[in-house]
Every structure is written in C-alpha cells, then in structure tokens.
Design a protein around this ligand. Structure first.
Ligand code: 5CA
Length: 437
C-alpha cells in the first residue's frame, strides 16, 4: 500500500478525550474514529488489525472442532421472553420496535438464539456434542462507555456455545475452550491469565475470565506469579484427548478476579509469589448447565429414548477490545509496537527522497519483491521530511522498517529497523526481501 494514496489520518497531538494510552494511540495512528458515544468506525489500518485478530480467533476455534455460523444482530423480544431474560437484562439492552410495533432488540449476546437453532435442529443424543461459534457485532448500552474500543457500546465479539449430553461432556467442551483461549491469546503475543470469575448476567457456576495484566485495566485481579510465564504454544494439543491435566496446570495456581477473590487463600501463597494487579478481560468462558436449555426446552432423546435436557456452556472473546488490549500491552513513548501476528503490515518501506528517481525505483523493487512473496508492505512515498516519516512509522508501529535513502542507494544497502528493540542493521538490497520469507 502506498501511503500517498492511503486513508491514514494520523494526529500529531494527543486527543483530549482519550484517557488511556491505547485509546490515544488508536486515534493518533488513524485506526478508528468515534461516530457516537462508544461506537466506532474502523479505518483501513485499524480494520486490518481487527481482521488479523479475527483470523487467529477463527483458526483456533476451527482447530478445536467448533463450527462457524453467523447469527443476525437483530433479535426478537419473544426469544428472550422464553428464557426469562428479556426483563431481567435491564437498560443495557437496546430495545427497538419495527414498523409493525413488534419488539426487537440489538443482540448483546446469543444464548437464546443459538438454543432455539439447536433445539430445532438436533433431536438425538447421537447428534451431540456440538459447538457453534460466530463473530458478530454486539450492542450493550453501557452506562459508561469509555477507554475507546475497550468498553464500547457496539463491539465485535466471538461467541460460541457448546451442547453436550451430560456434565462430563460439558466440562470437556469447557476445557477445549480453555485451552483454545490460551493458544489464541498467546498467538497474539499476549499473556492472558485464566482467573476464577463471577458469572454475572450469563449465569452458571463455573467461569473463567482471561485477563491481560495492564495498569489501566478495569478489573482488580489476584494471582500466583507462576502463571505469568507459563507457555502453551510449545505443546501439541489433542482436542479429542484428555485436556484436564493442562487445565489443572493453570487452575491449580491461585488466580481470581475481585468478585471471586479469597484473601485468606491468596495470603497462603509465599510472599514473593503474590501478584495483586489490574487487568483487561479479553475473554470469558461459562459452564451453565441447563440454565437456558431447561426453560427453552432444548431436549434430545437419550440412549434409551428418555428425554435429556442438554448441558450448555458459552464462551466469549472481545475481538474489538483486543485491539486496545494488545496496544496497552505493547507500546512505547513513540507509539504502537505491533506483535507480528496482528500487525496491519509487517514491513514499512520508508522512502527518504521520493523525488529521487533511483531511490524511488529501489523502493518500488523492494515493494514488489515483498509482494511476490505474499508480504504486503506499507510504502511511505509521501513528500515529507524524513523526521515526520520516522515519527509516523513509529506511531503506526509496523514491526519492521526498511529505510531507503540516497546514501544507502549509493552503497547498495537499506537500513532495517526493528520497531520493538530499535536495533538497526544495514542489509544489501538483494537480501532484504529474503529476510521476510
Ligand atoms: N455470552 C457470554 C459468552 S459468549 C458473554 O457475553 N460473555 S461476556 O459478557 O463476558 O462478554 C465476552 C467478552 O466480550 C468479554 O470478555 C469482553 O472481552 C468483551 N466485551 C464485553 N463487553 C464489552 C464492551 N462493552 N466493549 C468491548 N468488549 C466487550
């Protein structure tokens, strides 16, 4: 992408309305713009990040055996009367009337809708287990939308729902998601710690929040330090095998959100291993048994023909919140430092002298060389001072910068800068492209 043609409205000054660093940087780097309180438009650069996050979420859901569907954003009030949540949900629900005066709502979550889809489609225990997910916009009329996309009113969520014949099966489904979430967040370069959590309006008796530690996080959390550096990506996961040992490894160390915190248990941890911190909730999983299947009559015929009310769980990931969460976890004074897996572009080519034909031709060659390997670069071909370009590149946060100017062209070399470490290296032009293979 040529920056001279790209819609990338960066801001030099810190916007007054942004209180936390991720919100400031998302506005300054031209990722999003607020269109109403807690509602955001995603601009090209931000949308690329959102799609990268979505892709990782999708790949890990698919690997776990969950199947993707797409349910609508608008739901009928009737559906929610069946579960008894229509009145209980309160003012966070955006209630709408259609032209026939029928009561509708903009979905804050989809337990009811999926339960009906399941109920109408599955009749026998032979059709279990099932696990369905979708990635769809939600609306919650939050009292205090704030911190940009972190607590929005409209936000993108991955939510899925598991259906099992019995509790044992349901716990296995829960464990699958537990492990899939560990992998999902680790692939985004995040340290997300599963913590015992309150179930709130979703209900149930087993629940974990996945928390990224950050000073600006909304939740107070307490955990054993040993959880911070545990690794999941180095292991091969067999989703059909017994996942309990992996789950136990994480859950045997103390970790709880404020609502579930047990001060005495926490104090039982050796002093130097105690961590009281703040965090951002990027995912939340629930096992709630028959809370929805019972009132909504999601029943299948069991092995001897007897009716069995299915056991359910639901699992959420804040896809749009993650964009802010990743920035909170990965930035410096100059701007965003994207982990490679979610970066809008892995590489930016900085043309220091666009009016110099040889420099521009060299940049173009590098750009095409990268494209031929499937690496789309951001090419800064704007007619600006080098200082302004460097500042923008650091702000936008591509993991690598390939800097090309007249001196480098004369020497046959580009300067390669690593955004995270700041390390710079001279690389002969004919070797640059191979570095990103
Ligand atoms: N039905 C369940 C699981 S699918 C559910 O809705 N869970 S939730 O309420 O915990 O939301 C799931 C995730 O969505 C949260 O962990 C959080 O990351 C994200 N989320 C929730 N509310 C907001 C919000 N107002 N803005 C941005 N993200 C949000």
């Amino acid at each position: 992408m040529r920056m001279s043609q790209y819609f990338l409205p960066t801001l030099k000054e810190n916007p007054a309305e942004a209180q936390i660093v991720s919100h400031r940087l998302m506005l300054r780097a031209g990722l999003v713009r607020q269109t109403s309180a807690g509602i955001y438009a995603w601009l090209p650069l931000g949308f690329r990040v959102l799609k990268n996050i979505e892709r990782i979420v999708r790949e890990e859901q698919d690997a776990s055996g969950a199947q993707e569907v797409l349910m609508p954003t608008i739901q009928s009030a009737e559906l929610w009367r069946e579960s008894g949540r229509y009145d209980a949900y309160g003012p966070e629900m955006l209630r709408i009337k259609d032209r026939h005066d029928r009561e509708m709502l903009y979905g804050p979550t989809n337990e009811e809708m999926i339960t009906v889809l399941f109920r109408d489609g599955v009749k026998s225990y032979r059709d279990l287990p099932r696990n369905l997910y979708h990635i769809q916009w939600k609306f919650r009329d939050e009292v205090r939308p704030r911190f940009g996309v972190m607590r929005g009113r409209e936000f993108l969520m991955k939510d899925n729902y598991s259906f099992d014949l019995d509790k044992k099966g349901a716990i296995h489904s829960y464990n699958k998601m537990f492990v899939a979430y560990l992998r999902t967040f680790a692939r985004m370069g995040l340290k997300a710690i599963p913590m015992r959590a309150d179930t709130g309006p979703i209900g149930g008796d087993l629940s974990h929040e996945f928390i990224v530690l950050a000073d600006t996080g909304e939740s107070a959390v307490f955990c054993h330090k040993g959880l911070v550096d545990k690794d999941i990506l180095g292991r091969t996961i067999d989703y059909d095998g017994d996942l309990q040992p992996i789950v136990d490894e994480w859950t045997s160390l103390y970790a709880a959100t404020d609502e579930m915190h047990d001060q005495a248990a926490f104090e039982g941890i050796l002093a130097d291993q105690r961590l009281a911190a703040r965090g951002i909730e990027v995912g939340h999983i629930f096992y709630f048994g028959t809370k929805y299947s019972e009132p909504m009559k999601a029943v299948v015929a069991g092995p001897s023909g007897e009716p069995v009310t299915v056991e359910m769980g639901s699992y959420g990931i804040g896809v749009s919140r993650l964009v802010g969460g990743i920035i909170e976890a990965s930035h410096d004074d100059a701007g965003i430092v994207w982990p490679e897996s979610v970066a809008p572009f892995r590489v930016a080519i900085v043309n220091l002298k666009p009016d110099d034909g040889t420099v521009s031709a060299t940049c173009q060659k590098l750009y095409q060389g990268l494209a031929s390997m499937g690496v789309e670069a951001l090419l800064d071909d704007r007619d600006l001072r080098p200082g302004a370009k460097f500042a923008d590149m650091d702000l936008v946060g591509t993991p690598w910068q390939v800097i090309v100017g007249p001196k480098g062209v004369a020497a046959g070399k580009a300067e390669l800068k690593n955004r995270k470490t700041g390390a710079r290296e001279e690389v002969p032009f004919d070797q640059v492209v191979a570095r990103f293979g």
